[in-house]
Design a protein around this ligand. Structure first.
Ligand SMILES: NC(=O)c1ccc[n+]([C@@H]2O[C@H](COP(=O)([O-])OP(=O)(O)OC[C@H]3O[C@@H](n4cnc5c(N)ncnc54)[C@H](OP(=O)(O)O)[C@@H]3O)[C@@H](O)[C@H]2O)c1
Length: 315
C-alpha cells in the first residue's frame, strides 16, 4: 500500500507556506530510497498538523472572530484618535479604518450634514464616534475642539485646501495643520503610544506647475513633521507623513476632473503605472498602520503611497 499525503485543510491556510514546503519535502523523501516504513511516515504527517499558525507576537486570545486565522492585532482598541476633515474621502476612510480596529474616533469638518451622516455611519462599531462642526481655518474653534477632546492618542491632520491659491493653502494646509498639531501635543504626551500621522501628498516631492501653492504647502508640512519627529521623540511621540498619490474620491478632486475634463483625467490614469487611482481605503490602511502601536519604530518617515507613480528613488 502506498502512503497518502493528506490534503491541506482550511485550518492550515495560515501556515500555508510551511505546509507547502513540508509536503514538497515529504514528496521528495518518499521518492528517495531512504523512505521509512508507513508507521514512521504517519507520525511525520501528524507533526505537519501542528505547524504554528500565528504571526509572531500576534494575540488571538479572546477574539473568536479571528480564531485560526493569521491576525496582526494593531493594538488600537480603546485608543482615542482625532482626524481633521473626517467626513469625506481619505479622512472618512481613516476614521472608519480606526473604528474597525476598535479605536474611539473624533473628527471634524465644516458641514453639519456631513458630520451627522458620518456619525450615523459609525453606529455599527462598538466605539465612541464624536463628530464636530469645525472649520480648521477658525483658530479658536480648532484649538477649542482639540483641547475639548481631553485625551488624544493619535492625531491625523488631514485637511487641505487642495487649491492653487496661496492664501488658502497657507491658511488651511499650513497654519491650521500647525495649530492642530501644537494644540494636540500636550494631550498626546500623556498617551502610552502617541502618534501624529500627517496626510501629505506626492505633490510635495516634485514640481507642480500651476499648483505651486499646494506642492509648496505640502512640502513645508512634510518638513515640519520631520523636524517634529526629532523634537518630540524624547516625549515618546512618533511623527510621520503618509503622502498619497492620486486618489479617486466620489465627488472629490479627481471625480470633478473626470467629469469636467475627461482628457486630463485619462492623462492622469496613464501616468499611474497601475492604470488606476488609489481608493481612499488604500491610503487609510497605511495611515492606520503607521499610527498604531505596532509601528513603534516608525518615526520621521515620509511614505509615498502612490502605486509607483513617482519616478524618483524614495530615500
Ligand atoms: N484626493 C487625492 O487625490 C489626494 C492626493 C494626494 C493627497 N491628498 C490629500 O489627502 C487629504 C484629503 O484629501 P481628500 O481628497 O480626501 O479630500 P476631500 O475628499 O475633499 O475631503 C476633505 C475632507 O476635509 C473636510 N474639510 C475640507 N476643508 C475643511 C476645513 N477648512 N475645515 C474642516 N474640514 C474641512 C471636508 O468636509 P467639509 O467640506 O464638510 O468641510 C472633508 O471631510 C488632503 O490633505 C489632500 O491634500 C489627496
Amino acid at each position: 500500500m502506498s502512503p497518502t499525503i493528506r490534503p491541506i485543510e482550511a485550518r492550515d491556510i495560515a501556515g500555508f507556506h510551511e505546509c507547502f514546503d513540508q509536503v514538497a519535502r515529504e514528496q521528495r523523501f518518499l521518492a528517495s530510497s531512504e523512505a521509512p516504513p508507513l508507521a514512521a511516515l504517519c507520525a511525520g504527517l501528524k507533526r505537519v498538523r501542528r505547524v504554528p499558525c500565528r504571526a509572531p507576537g500576534a494575540s488571538r486570545a479572546g477574539n473568536p472572530a479571528t480564531e485560526g486565522e493569521r491576525h496582526l492585532d494593531l493594538e488600537l482598541a480603546g485608543m482615542r484618535v482625532a482626524v481633521t476633515g473626517g467626513t469625506a474621502g481619505i479622512g472618512a476612510a481613516i476614521v472608519r479604518g480606526f473604528a474597525q480596529e476598535g479605536a474611539h474616533v473624533a473628527f471634524c469638518s465644516r458641514s453639519a450634514a456631513r458630520v451627522a451622516a458620518m456619525t450615523e455611519s459609525l453606529t455599527g462599531y462598538p466605539v465612541e464616534a464624536r463628530g464636530t462642526v469645525v472649520d480648521v481655518t477658525d483658530a479658536d474653534a480648532l484649538g477649542g475642539w482639540i483641547e475639548g477632546l481631553g485625551r488624544i492618542d493619535i492625531l491625523v491632520p488631514n485637511v487641505s485646501a487642495i487649491s492653487p491659491d496661496w492664501a488658502m493653502s497657507i491658511d488651511t494646509d499650513m497654519r491650521a495643520t500647525i495649530r492642530a498639531t501644537e494644540a494636540a501635543i500636550p494631550l498626546l504626551a500623556r498617551s502610552r503610544a502617541p502618534a501624529i500621522t500627517y496626510i501629505g501628498s506626492k505633490a510635495a516631492t516634485f514640481g507642480t506647475p500651476g499648483h505651486e501653492a499646494y506642492g509648496a504647502a505640502k512640502a513645508a508640512m512634510a518638513h515640519y513633521m520631520k523636524s517634529l519627529s526629532r523634537r518630540l521623540v524624547s516625549r515618546g511621540i512618533r511623527v510621520n507623513t503618509v503622502a498619497p498619490g492620486d486618489v479617486f474620491v466620489e465627488g472629490g478632486f479627481w471625480d470633478r476632473v473626470r467629469q469636467a475634463s475627461p482628457a486630463d483625467y485619462q492623462e492622469t490614469l496613464d501616468a499611474n503605472p497601475m492604470g488606476r487611482l488609489a481608493t481612499p481605503e488604500e491610503i487609510a490602511h497605511v495611515a492606520v498602520f503607521v499610527s498604531c502601536p505596532r509601528a513603534s519604530f516608525v518615526n520621521g518617515a515620509h511614505y509615498l503611497v502612490d502605486g509607483g507613480a513617482t519616478d524618483h528613488v524614495q530615500f
